[in-house]
Design a protein around this ligand. Structure first.
Ligand code: NG1
Length: 470
């Protein structure tokens, strides 16, 4: 494929910044290198190219699995998967970084054995198994995965590299088997397919990766409606030109995220189970609103203090009336330790308040009120740090340094937490010239290098697909 053809294709996907024509050229080179690597690995012939973006969440953390609201945007950082169908049902996976991700292979079936926790092939096996179960797909693929930074999605940084890999693999296998799904159904499918790896995550990442739109954030109501096909309420909110989004990678990589994350999901379910004793219609924390429960918004603390324990272990929860059967299945589903304690009240407080902040933030964005939006971002971070205990010293230091800058309207942890990235909203016309000095101060405080990039909202997975003749 010649480079002007590729340039025209990629212009539709990535923001073409006239000030930085070199950016698009660098993407063209990246795709060309990937095509060459594919041909070297699997020989000449037609190649299908798929891409799925990572995302940065502007606000609405740990709300998605509570059927709440989120406001993310798809990033230009993405994962490419180059593929060619195979008729023997085998999936051969290679990576552009073979030293880091060595070759994997498996056969399509309705029950594919997962590799060890964290193995990169699990994110392909999950959607593969789900597609066999749903549609009986039979064609496998030779595939090359390209996720190398800086154009790829950094791993473990809270930018959804895992979901991008899940989405791009699902897209490739679906398409190579001549299948298709409406985008919302497909995003919902991908979210469930990722459960294969052991998390009980929400739908935000997959929806953003599938539905992303250039220049827009996605306001998503994570409560599924109707059975099946499941529908969701979505709204693309244009990002006001006068503000810019900055993403800073703290360099701190999360440890034990899977278990911390699963404990948080369990804590939210415990909160719901306790409230259900009095309000049976409450099925998720999303349902806990002042109107429904009959308390004044300012009295949320008092309401929670009356109905939820500050901290409880399994024995205390049984004592509070939760059934042993419920607690046993919770422990099994979320791989909980029998000695685990749960800070139920604070976790629920975060989710309930965060939901309201997302609604308010979307309203602020619609009228281009960056100052108000920045205020919600600051509150969100405090809540994630104190109530949800999902931050860490390095991320807190970074947020504090950013908050001290006049150009920064708001900054907060983004993604699951316990490390990873911070997202900041910058004032009109502010450059990132101040970041070099900030990085220096960050390194003094934490010993870690700081990386940052401009968060440009990109198209989702369905934005682009192409058959290249080699
Ligand atoms: P990341 O940061 O991609 O691990 C996780 C969940 C989201 C959401 C956020 C917290 C998965 C795949 N992703 O995101 O659904 O719950 O944490 O807001 O589980």
């Amino acid at each position: 494929m010649n480079s002007s053809h590729l340039t025209a294709m990629l212009q539709q996907v990535y923001e073409h910044d006239p000030n930085y024509p070199a950016l698009l050229q660098a993407q063209v080179s990246r795709y060309q290198e990937a095509l060459t690597a594919f041909r070297l690995a699997f020989g000449p012939g037609p190649v299908y190219i798929y891409r799925a973006p990572g995302r940065v969440n502007l606000i609405g953390e740990h709300t998605d699995y509570n059927h709440g609201f989120v406001l993310p945007m798809a990033l230009e950082k993405d994962i490419l998967l180059l593929a060619r169908p195979r008729t023997d049902g085998r999936v051969i996976l290679r990576n552009i970084e073979p030293a880091r991700f060595s070759e994997r292979s498996f056969t399509l079936s309705a029950s594919i054995r997962p590799g060890p926790v964290g193995d990169w092939a699990n994110y392909v096996k999950g959607p593969a198994q789900a597609l066999v179960r749903l549609l009986g797909i039979e064609r496998g693929m030779d595939a090359l995965v390209v996720g190398r930074v800086p154009f790829g999605v950094p791993i473990g940084a809270g930018l959804s590299s895992s979901s991008a890999l899940t989405v791009v693999s699902a897209m490739a296998l679906l398409d190579l088997n001549h299948g298709s799904m409406p985008p919302v159904e497909f995003a919902h499918f991908c979210a469930q397919a990722e459960w294969y790896v052991g998390t009980r995550g929400g739908v935000m990442d997959h929806f953003t990766s599938v539905l992303g739109r250039r220049g827009h954030a996605l306001f998503l109501d994570c409560r599924p409606m109707g059975e099946p096909p499941t529908q969701y309420r979505t709204e693309w909110v244009p990002l006001p030109q006068q503000y810019s989004i900055l993403v800073c990678d703290s360099g701190k990589r999360r440890a034990n995220t899977l278990s911390d994350y699963n404990v948080r999901v369990a804590e939210c379910k415990i909160g719901v189970a306790l409230l259900q004793r009095r309000w049976p219609a409450v099925t998720h924390l999303r349902d806990v609103t002042p109107e429904r429960m009959g308390f004044a918004p300012a009295n949320l603390d008092a309401f929670l203090a009356e109905h939820l324990p500050e901290e409880a272990d399994f024995a205390a929860l049984r004592h509070l009336g939760l059934s042993p059967a419920f607690l046993e299945s919770l422990a099994a589903d979320h791989r909980l330790s029998p000695t685990q304690t749960f800070r139920v009240r604070a976790r629920c407080r975060h989710v309930i308040r965060e939901n309201q902040r997302v609604i308010d933030s979307a309203a602020a964005l619609r009228v281009s009120d960056g100052r108000r939006f920045g205020g919600y971002m600051r509150e969100s971070h405090q809540s994630l740090r104190d109530d949800y205990a999902a931050s860490c010293a390095e991320v807190d230091a970074l947020v504090e340094l950013l908050a001290g800058r006049p150009e920064v309207l708001g900054a907060r942890l983004t993604g699951a937490g316990w490390g990873g990235c911070v997202v900041a909203l910058l004032e009109a016309g502010a450059g990132t010239g101040f970041m070099a000095e900030l990085a220096e101060r960050y390194r003094e405080r934490t010993g870690l290098p700081l990386e940052w990039f401009a968060g440009r909202a990109a198209a989702g997975v369905n934005g682009w697909k192409h058959i290249a003749e080699l």
